[in-house]
Design a protein around this ligand. Structure first.
Ligand SMILES: *Cc1c(COP(=O)(O)O)cnc(C)c1O
Length: 459
């Protein structure tokens, strides 16, 4: 079925068209059965036409679906569409963003002696857990650096380094990075760059156009957009040359029994050895599979991606401006507010804005944070982002609670830091919700000051 490459797009370079049609052509379905939306192939496995076809597919000498752990027609449309939107060679969908990050990093460090990564210190909490615990147990070492300072990346790289990893927009503080400069440093030393593009999406930023080699997504967030399904995606630009230093990359350049006694680069000429390793080894062996139903939810979300991202982004910028004027707010971490360190980068690389996830710090005692969060009505207390509904998260107590005090400080997170994921509700209603809770903080603070002054006088 629907793997014929995007004939309907007719050469359009517009994301608005591609997000609806890429990776799918219903005209390749059986006559009279061409569903317009992508159908859900709810099947664990596939009937082979005959023994010869079954043996050839298992030997991977002809393409075809054998068992849904490693491939499914519904999931395949998502893979093709994600690759198309990011401008990559090919895509792979997985059961969650976490598995996409894990598989892409395992593919770089699991073979050969080099097990060092240079990683941004401004990261999603689950990625910090993966690096600091599970990958550390497997012998992987990590140097954390400031995404805003390319020279730190240059100094951190060693002959053992097998990858740079960063988020195009950092979660939770909306931190930006000079990806072009970081890529130049990496490539000069033969190191691939992996970028988590979850917060930006290809609507706002396309890492491959800035030189990134691999792009990963938590499709759970803005791709799906409605908070209904977990999913992850890896896209390979197809540009990193594993054969330039073959001894560094035995997983791609050395013949293996598993690949029919040839190397992955030989097996995958014109395709992606990187994604073949992720799919045929990690997804197959570890079972990091995406269900076809969840793939269908993400595909439906993608159809409106650019419309949603525009509203998300505009509303977030307006809310950031409002927060930066309120006396109960100490600081707003949004690249477009007055005084932000990232403003120049935002203007250069993010002409359409920097998305809807950002953070701010309350000007209040530790004990007031919970009361503030509980008093909100429209902003829901949820450990997620990229939903049509507006969400608030308290990183120090929730998503980033397993970080050490030192990691939290390096990540710029205090007890008063709150992360917002601005949804698609009317922005005036969202501002009114925040305003009423912030005004209450100011009133409570004034009352506390009066009580303290009164006690001093009467003491
Ligand atoms: C949520 C998130 C992940 C993990 O994705 P899941 O789909 O929750 O497994 C990874 N990176 C970023 C930036 C995220 O926001």
């Amino acid at each position: 079925m629907p793997l014929s490459p995007s004939a309907d797009i007719n050469g359009s370079s517009s994301l608005a068209t591609r997000q609806i049609h890429a990776g799918r052509s219903g005209s390749s379905d059986a006559p009279g059965q061409a569903t317009l939306p992508v159908p859900i192939y709810q099947s664990s496995a596939y009937e082979f036409p005959d023994h010869a076809a079954a043996s050839a597919m298992f030997a991977q000498t002809i393409p075809g679906f054998t068992y849904s752990r490693t491939g499914n027609p519904t999931v395949a449309v998502l893979e093709a569409r994600a690759a198309d939107l990011e401008g990559g060679l090919a895509g792979l969908a997985l059961g969650s963003g976490q598995s996409a990050v894990a598989a892409s990093l395992l593919a770089l460090v699991s073979s050969g002696p080099g097990k060092h990564l240079v990683v941004s210190e401004k990261l999603y909490g689950g990625t910090v857990d993966l690096l600091g615990d599970t990958l550390a147990d497997l012998g992987v070492t990590v140097t954390y650096v400031d995404p805003a300072d390319p020279q730190e990346w240059a100094h951190a790289a060693t002959p053992e380094t097998r990858g740079f990893f960063l988020e195009s927009i950092g979660n939770p503080l909306s931190t930006l990075a000079d990806l072009d400069a970081i890529v130049e440093i990496a490539h000069a030393q033969g190191i691939p760059v992996v970028v988590d593009n979850t917060l930006a999406t290809p609507v706002l930023y396309r890492p491959i156009e800035h030189g990134a080699d691999i792009v990963v997504h938590s499709a759970t967030k803005f791709f799906g957009g409605h908070g209904t399904a977990l999913a992850g995606v890896i896209v390979d630009s197809g540009r990193f040359d594993w054969e330039a230093e073959p001894e560094r990359w035995p997983q791609f350049t050395r013949a293996r029994e598993r690949w029919g006694h040839i190397s992955l680069v030989e097996k995958c000429r014109g395709a992606s050895p990187f994604l073949h390793l992720c799919r045929a080894k990690f997804v197959h062996d570890l079972g990091l599979t995406l269900s076809p139903f969840n793939a269908s939810q993400i595909l439906q979300g993608l159809e409106t991606l650019d419309l949603r991202m525009r509203r998300h982004t505009d509303s977030a910028a307006e809310i950031a401006r409002f927060l930066s004027t309120h006396p109960a707010v100490r600081r707003v971490h949004h690249p477009l507010v007055e005084g932000s360190d990232d403003r120049a980068l935002a203007e250069r690389d993010f002409p359409q804005g920097t998305g809807s996830v950002f953070a701010f710090e309350l000007e209040c005692q530790d004990s007031c944070v919970a009361a503030f969060v509980d008093s909100l009505r429209l902003f829901k207390l949820v450990a997620n982002i990229g939903d049509v509904r507006s969400l608030i998260n308290h990183p120090a107590a929730m998503t980033h609670c397993r970080l050490t005090e030192e990691q939290r400080r390096a990540g710029g997170i205090t007890w008063q830091t709150l992360r917002l994921s601005v949804g698609l509700e009317a922005v005036d209603d969202l501002i009114a919700d925040l305003q009423s809770s912030l005004d209450e903080l100011v009133r409570r603070d004034a009352a506390a000051t009066r009580t303290a002054a009164h006690q001093e006088v009467t003491a």
